[in-house]
Write a protein that binds this ligand. Structure first.
Ligand code: FES
Length: 380
């Protein structure tokens, strides 16, 4: 018998992520946009996006996230949110807060936006502004107040890594002071710009254990006042995550130029063609395209995944991580200690323990760096 799920019809793309633009006023060193973002094609028009929203909803999507780059850079954001709301989506805006004025907040509220996730880089102005390479800390505080004033649930997100993990108590205190109902402490995962800066950003095990302990203490202290999610980094695990809850299972992302992907970074995988919403409808993309079908189910698996008793649980982990670390998108995710390439992860952790990244400069996300990286030139 071949892969047990391979022939099963997948469910609908419940979660649509509309990456409206790669333009962004920030320059975060851990940005999840592809490192070659500056070489991508022109952005979809308003009409293209409206059609994508309708097609996705008709294919069964129920939740729509608007992200980027910085989605506030699109002046049609309110139009798109209004249409998504009219279609019956639960709508979510993922923003750095830059560009969210009281007028635009009111317009987004009127358009029916359900939820805003505001990202911070750290708990102090100095560190926040260093990590994003912009002066945005004070602005984010004002935006946080604006979110509360408009009655949105306040969801704060902070990417956690070596350079801010020791201040996790202050980050939590700040979230409480700003009145956040939810705080997502998202330990950095090493893709895209974070992969470029991995040695600088990977925390030590002691840092991670302390951060988890402190987070648990704050959970006890504040109880229901704030819900704190601590997303564990895979590098410190011995089994991989079920990436995107399964390839082509619930998640559909459309990039600024219209490429449809099963995850943020799949475009880098070799030998796979991903369709563009300008040329193919969402239903056909989801159910019929090669890019979405390739790693569905488990028929594509090699050893050790193929005969692993845990394969249904993690589906072999992340295809992008397998490609980045083992050079083969169909290999076991090297985070798994059964993977022959697991040593790549343990070596990176050993370098983190020795602090080897401390002397290395961070590579901040910007179009010039992106073009250099895309050309394979590395950094100055
Ligand atoms: Fe692409 Fe995990 S990020 S499959």
């Amino acid at each position: 018998m071949s892969g047990s799920n391979a022939a099963a019809q997948p469910g609908p793309p419940l979660w649509l992520l509309a990456e409206l633009t790669y333009r962004c006023p920030l320059h975060c060193a851990f940005c999840y946009n592809p490192v070659d973002f500056a070489t991508s094609g022109p952005e979809l028009s308003t009409d293209d996006w409206l059609r994508v929203l309708r097609e996705a909803r008709a294919t069964g999507s129920v939740q729509c996230g608007f992200s980027g780059g910085e989605p506030m850079m699109r002046d049609d954001l309110e139009v798109l949110v209004a249409e998504a709301h009219r279609l019956g989506f639960y709508t979510n805006l993922l923003t750095s807060g830059v560009g969210l004025t009281p007028e635009r907040a009111a317009a987004l509220k009127a358009a029916g936006l359900d939820h805003i996730q505001l990202s911070f880089q750290d708990s102090t102005r100095e560190s926040n502004d260093f990590l994003s390479h912009t002066r945005t800390f004070d602005l984010k505080q004002r935006v946080a107040a604006m979110i509360k004033d408009n009655g949105w649930p306040m969801v704060m997100n902070c990417v956690i890594h070596r350079l801010n993990i020791d201040y996790i108590d202050r980050i939590i205190e700040m979230a409480v002071e700003l009145g956040a109902e939810y705080l997502e402490l998202a330990n950095n995962q090493y893709y895209s710009w974070a992969m470029v800066n991995r040695d600088q950003l990977l925390p030590t095990r002691a840092q991670l254990e302390r951060a988890e302990r402190v987070t648990n203490e704050y959970r006890e202290k504040y109880g229901d006042r704030i819900r704190i999610f601590f997303v564990v980094p895979d590098y410190h695990e011995t089994r991989p995550k079920k990436c995107m809850n399964g390839w082509g299972n619930v998640f559909l992302t459309v990039t600024p130029d219209g490429t449809a992907l099963p995850c943020h970074t799949a475009k880098m995988l070799p030998g796979l063609a991903f369709p563009n919403v300008r040329e193919m409808g969402v239903r056909e993309i989801w159910y019929g395209s090669e890019g979405f079908n390739r790693y569905r189910g488990d028929a594509w698996m090699k050893e050790p995944c193929r005969t692993c008793p845990e394969k249904e649980k993690d589906l072999g982990g992340c295809r992008c991580q397998a490609y980045m670390l083992a050079g083969d998108p169909a290999a076991a995710d090297p985070v798994c200690d059964k993977s022959p390439a697991h040593y790549v992860v343990t070596e990176a952790l050993a370098r983190a323990e020795r602090g080897e990244g401390r002397a290395m400069p961070l590579v901040f996300r910007d179009p010039a760096a992106s073009r250099r990286l895309a050309a394979g030139e590395g950094q100055d």
